[in-house]
Write a protein that binds this ligand. Structure first.
Ligand code: SAM
Length: 200
């Protein structure tokens, strides 16, 4: 009989996230460059699609204040729980969590009220052809939140309300989102690319 899968949980203190915290490439990482973190410059970031909070945690670990927005009640509860455990772990974890503010709601409604400096958007991506390659955790997130068919509306809202830049995290070979102006530049990772829209 197949083993029952572990329930999904947000874990910043051990596993992949903690490993990346210790051995990741600092501000040289593609996401940090895309969001505009560099020597002497640390923008306030609004992560409009918080999910498991991995990107937000990484950016906060690099010194950024990060506002996380998540609309799924269940994902929001998992995030709140993971953040509380990381706070309790103390030390660097507590310092990083202190830079993260979690909001519950639809980013399309909240972004216009926040006057955000730099917005990160990482919607649920179109399903891969080879679904065996999709990690268990991502499958579990998909079971909870489904797809994000309003990603284009979210991107348009962010472009209207961000002050400095909007970054779309998207599969490296994914088609651009239709009906949105071309991005200013792209930063390519292995399987992911960052479409950067400069506004200032
Ligand atoms: C692919 S996951 C994000 C993963 C995240 N970047 C991470 O590092 O864990 C997408 C998440 O964004 C949320 N989401 C999508 N559209 C949203 C919106 N308009 N407002 C708030 N949350 C949204 C979904 O519920 C889902 O949890």
């Amino acid at each position: 009989m197949p083993a029952t899968p572990e329930p999904l949980r947000v874990d910043f203190v051990s596993g992949a996230v903690a490993h990346r915290l210790r051995f990741g490439g600092g501000r040289g990482q593609a996401i940090a460059k895309a969001m505009g973190l560099r020597a002497g410059k640390t923008p306030h970031i609004t992560d409009a699609t918080a999910g498991l909070g991995r990107d937000a945690f990484l950016l906060a670990s690099l010194g950024a204040q990060v506002t996380l927005i998540e609309r799924s009640e269940k994902m929001h509860a998992l995030l709140a729980d993971g953040m509380a455990r990381a706070h309790d772990a103390g030390g660097d974890f507590r310092d990083i969590i202190a830079r993260m503010t979690l909001l519950h709601g639809d980013a399309k409604d909240l972004l216009p009220t926040l006057s955000p400096e730099a917005v990160l958007i990482d919607p649920m991506h179109p399903p891969r052809k080879n679904s065996a390659l999709v990690k268990r955790e991502l499958r579990q997130v998909r079971e909870i939140v489904g797809t994000d068919p309003d990603a284009a509306d979210l991107l348009r809202t962010a472009l209207q309300h961000a002050r400095n830049r909007v970054v779309l995290k998207w599969p490296a070979k994914g088609d651009p989102i239709e009906g949105v102006r071309p991005c200013s530049h792209q930063i390519l990772g292995k399987s992911t690319r960052y479409d950067v829209f400069m506004l200032a």
